[in-house]
Design a protein around this ligand. Structure first.
Ligand SMILES: *Cc1c(COP(=O)(O)O)cnc(C)c1O
Length: 365
C-alpha cells in the first residue's frame, strides 16, 4: 500500500451533516442513511457504525452483498436493499434485510422462497417518472390482489425523485409527488389500511421538505454535499484525498513528460510526480491541464496523461519540495464538488470512484 496517499474521513462532519439534515424534518419523521457503494467511497462500515451510534433509524444499500457486509460487522438496525437481484432472497431472509420489491418478477421470487418468514417486511417501489425501477400505477390492482392473497407485510411504499436538485424542474417533481400520493391512496384503499411512505433524497429534503412523509433517505448530504452552493456552510465534506510529491524534475524546453509524450515543455518546467493515478479514481480526462491539485495553497495543473498509479503536475510557480503535501480535494480549499467540475461530472462520481487500495484514516471525537 502507498502510505503517502490517503483518504481522510472526518466522522465529526458526518455527524454534523446528519444533525443539520435532521433539523430540516420533523422529529417524528424517520431518517434513512444511504451507505451504498462503500458508503459513497468513504467506508460503509465506519459510516454505518457512526450513524448507528447517532440513533439513525435505517440504512440502505444497493445490493445484498453490501448489506451482508454491514451485518457481518455487527450493524443491527434495519437495512433496506434498494436493488435486490434474482437469487438474493435466501440471504435477504438469513441476514434480516428488507428488500425493495419493484417488479412482478422480483415479487414472485420473494413469494416462492421457502425460507420466507410470515412477517418479512418489504418496501414497495413505484416508478413516478424517473423510469428506472418500480411498479407503475396500472399495476396496482393485480399487485394488491397478490399482496392480499399472500398476506405480505408491506411496511413502506416508496418512490424516487429524478430532479429534486433542479429548481427549473419543479413542475416535474410536483408531478412525481402528486402521482406518488395518488398511488399511495389507491393502495391503502385496496389493502384497507394505512401504510408508511418515503420519497425524498437529499435534495428532496432540502427543497421539498413538505413531502417528507414517514421517512427520508439521504446519501450525498451526509457526505457533505447539497444541491446548492448556499448549503456550503451547513454541510461539510466528510472526505479529503491527500497525497505527497514523490519526486521533482526539471524538464528542459523541448522534452516531454509521460505516456504518448502528453506534455511537451515549451519552456523549462518544474514537474512534480504524485503517487495517485487513474486506478485510484483520478480520471484520465483530468490530464493535459484539465484538472488541478493544490500544493502549498497554489493550484497546479495536471500535465500529460494521467498514468495508472501516478500523475504529474506543473509546479513551476510553487515553492515546494519532495515530500510536501498535495491536496486532491479537501473540506475547504478544493472540495470533491469543486474537483468534479474539472471533468464535467458530479461529486457522487468523484467520491465513489476512489479505489479501495487507498488507505482510509478516520477523524472522530
Ligand atoms: C442513492 C439513492 C438515494 C440517495 O440519494 P442522495 O441524492 O445521495 O441523497 C436515495 N434513494 C434511492 C432510491 C437511491 O438510489
Amino acid at each position: 500500500m502507498n502510505n503517502n496517499t490517503y483518504l481522510k474521513i472526518n466522522l465529526k462532519n458526518l455527524v454534523s451533516n446528519f444533525l443539520f439534515l435532521k433539523s430540516k424534518i420533523s422529529d417524528t419523521t424517520k431518517f434513512l442513511g444511504v451507505v451504498k457503494a462503500f458508503g459513497y467511497g468513504s467506508d460503509s462500515i465506519e459510516i454505518a457504525k457512526c450513524l448507528e451510534k447517532q440513533n439513525i433509524d435505517y440504512l440502505a444499500v444497493a445490493y445484498t452483498s453490501e448489506a451482508i457486509q454491514l451485518r457481518e460487522n455487527a450493524i443491527k438496525i434495519p437495512i433496506l436493499v434498494l436493488h435486490p437481484q434474482i437469487g438474493d432472497f435466501n440471504d435477504i431472509f438469513q441476514y434480516d434485510l428488507e428488500p425493495n420489491i419493484y417488479s412482478f418478477k422480483i415479487l414472485n421470487e420473494f413469494i416462492n422462497n421457502k425460507s420466507m418468514n410470515q412477517n418479512q417486511p418489504i418496501h414497495l417501489k413505484f416508478n413516478t417518472g424517473l423510469n428506472r425501477i418500480g411498479f407503475k400505477y396500472s399495476d396496482i390492482n393485480i399487485l394488491c390482489d397478490i399482496i392480499k392473497s399472500n398476506n405480505i407485510n408491506v411496511k413502506y411504499i416508496f418512490s424516487h425523485l429524478g430532479a429534486s436538485e433542479d429548481l427549473s424542474e419543479i413542475p416535474f417533481t410536483e408531478g412525481q409527488i402528486n402521482l406518488f400520493e395518488k398511488i399511495s391512496e389507491n393502495i391503502e384503499k385496496k389493502l384497507n389500511r394505512r401504510i408508511d411512505k418515503h420519497l425524498l433524497n437529499t435534495s428532496g429534503i432540502l427543497n421539498f421538505s413538505d413531502y417528507q412523509f414517514n421517512m427520508v433517505r439521504s446519501g450525498i448530504g451526509l457526505y457533505g454535499f447539497g444541491n446548492d452552493y448556499n448549503y456550503r456552510s451547513d454541510l461539510r465534506p466528510v472526505v479529503s484525498l491527500i497525497s505527497t510529491i514523490s519526486q521533482i524534475h526539471e524538464v528542459k524546453k523541448g522534452e516531454s513528460v509521460g505516456y504518448n509524450r502528453g506534455f511537451l515543455a515549451e519552456k523549462n518546467t518544474k514537474v512534480g510526480i504524485i503517487p495517485i493515478g487513474h486506478a485510484d479514481g483520478i480520471s484520465r480526462a483530468l490530464g493535459n491541464r484539465k484538472g488541478k491539485l493544490i500544493v502549498n495553497n497554489i493550484p497546479c495543473d495536471i500535465i500529460g496523461n494521467v498514468c495508472m498509479d501516478m500523475l504529474m503536475i506543473d509546479i513551476n510557480s510553487v515553492d515546494c519540495n519532495e515530500g510536501d503535501e498535495v491536496i486532491i480535494f479537501d473540506e475547504e480549499k478544493q472540495t470533491a464538488e469543486d474537483f468534479s467540475k474539472y471533468s464535467d461530472t458530479i461529486s457522487y462520481e468523484i467520491l465513489t470512484s476512489i479505489s479501495q487500495r487507498i488507505r482510509r484514516t478516520y477523524l472522530s471525537d
